[in-house]
Design a protein around this ligand. Structure first.
Ligand code: OGA
Ligand code: NI
Length: 347
């Protein structure tokens, strides 16, 4: 019988990347250390058209017409409350730039393993790091993905290879951050606050932005492996793009919903909503998740003005973004909704 997720203890990785493994001709089944047995009740309800994430029109969100803007802000507020996930269209970031960014990341993953080794670092906040799975020191089951994480703000870091990565990632990170800023402004307003409330409170000018690329090669038995198991993201707002392959699923009303975004749209994750990345048996999927967080030393806390307005007590304690990221990466919070650790107990 295949081992279950909980009973498996991973050994040192046999291969430096999932790409190496997937590229080998001999691979016809999922090796046991990657075997991820999904609860049959947890299978996605993939293509239910009633269940697609809301669409936010960025051109209307930033419109000069107060009416158009107000309407879109209301829609944004509703999307945040009801889904926590939405897609943003008409944002003005050229689709060609998104494609170039994905292509630059693909060329990084395709570098010989020897050449990627210098980025195999262990520290959470190292400016550049790549690797496989999630954290091979604590993974119980290996994930069917390789990753590359580059911190692009407050200090822009870059790779000197592959050629072109540096230029394209600079432009992409700036443009994406500008979209994220407007989304946060809209969210602030949807909560009845000044547009710059969240960005000011979170020291956005020193805010953390990470370009986190995921590489999911085709998998011979996609039902027996997982790209990223259910988890929640850190950060204020994550913007995600993908090549022309789907795979991201979002938990909504207790159902897994496959995210089917319009070409060129940003998929945005605002609240701490469960999501996961599934794999497929046809082609490599590449996604670039761009979490935008507060400044590392800035504690995120429930907004005092809103608590007062609602006559409520805080349900969560505050924590700096740096501590929160450390918590999320720790064995104790492995793939857990780590916001739960911050809940005030007697409330
Ligand atoms: C992530 C993530 C989903 C995807 O990187 O945190 O959830 O579709 N990625 O790649
Ligand atoms: Ni995620």
């Amino acid at each position: 019988m295949a081992p279950t997720v909980t009973s498996m203890v991973a050994s040192e990785p046999k291969v430096a990347s999932i790409k190496t493994l997937a590229d080998s001709d001999a691979l016809t089944s999922v090796p046991s250390e990657y075997a991820y047995i999904m609860d049959p009740n947890d299978k996605g309800d993939a293509n239910d058209p009633e269940h697609s994430i809301p669409i936010i029109d960025f051109a209307l969100l930033t419109s000069a017409s107060p009416d158009e803007r107000a309407q879109m802000i209301q829609k944004l507020g509703k999307a945040c409350q009801e889904w926590g996930f939405f897609q943003v269209i008409n944002h003005g970031v050229p689709e060609s730039l998104m494609k170039e960014m994905i292509d630059a990341c693909r060329r990084f993953f395709e570098l010989p393993e020897e050449e990627k080794k210098e980025f195999h670092t262990k520290n959470l906040l190292d400016p550049i790091k790549c690797g496989t799975s999630f954290n091979v020191a604590i993974d119980k089951v290996r994930l069917w993905r390789d990753y590359l994480k580059v911190i692009a703000h407050p200090k822009f870091n870059s790779l000197y290879k592959p050629a072109g990565y540096s230029e394209v990632s600079l432009e992409f990170s700036k443009r994406t951050r500008a979209v994220a800023t407007e989304i946060l402004n809209g969210i602030s307003e949807s909560l009845g606050l000044e547009a710059d409330y969240i960005t000011k409170a979170m020291n956005w000018d020193r805010g953390c932005q990470i370009l986190a690329a995921n590489y999911y090669p085709a998998c011979p038995q996609p039902d027996l492996a997982i790209g990223i198991p259910p988890h929640t993201d850190h950060g204020l707002v994550t913007l995600l793009i993908q090549n022309d392959m789907c795979g991201l699923e979002v938990k909504h009303n207790d159902q897994w919903v496959l995210v089917n975004a319009a070409p060129g749209a940003f998929i945005v994750n605002y609240k701490s909503i469960w999501h996961r990345a599934t794999v497929n048996n046809t082609a490599t999927r590449i996604s670039i998740a761009v979490p935008h967080g507060p400044a590392l030393d800035t504690p995120a806390v429930p907004i005092p003005e809103l608590l007062e307005k609602e006559g409520e007590k805080a349900k969560y304690i505050g924590m700096t973004y740096e501590k929160f990221m450390e918590l999320q990466a720790s064995p104790a919070a492995y793939m857990m909704p780590c916001l739960d650790h911050l809940r005030v107990k007697d409330n």
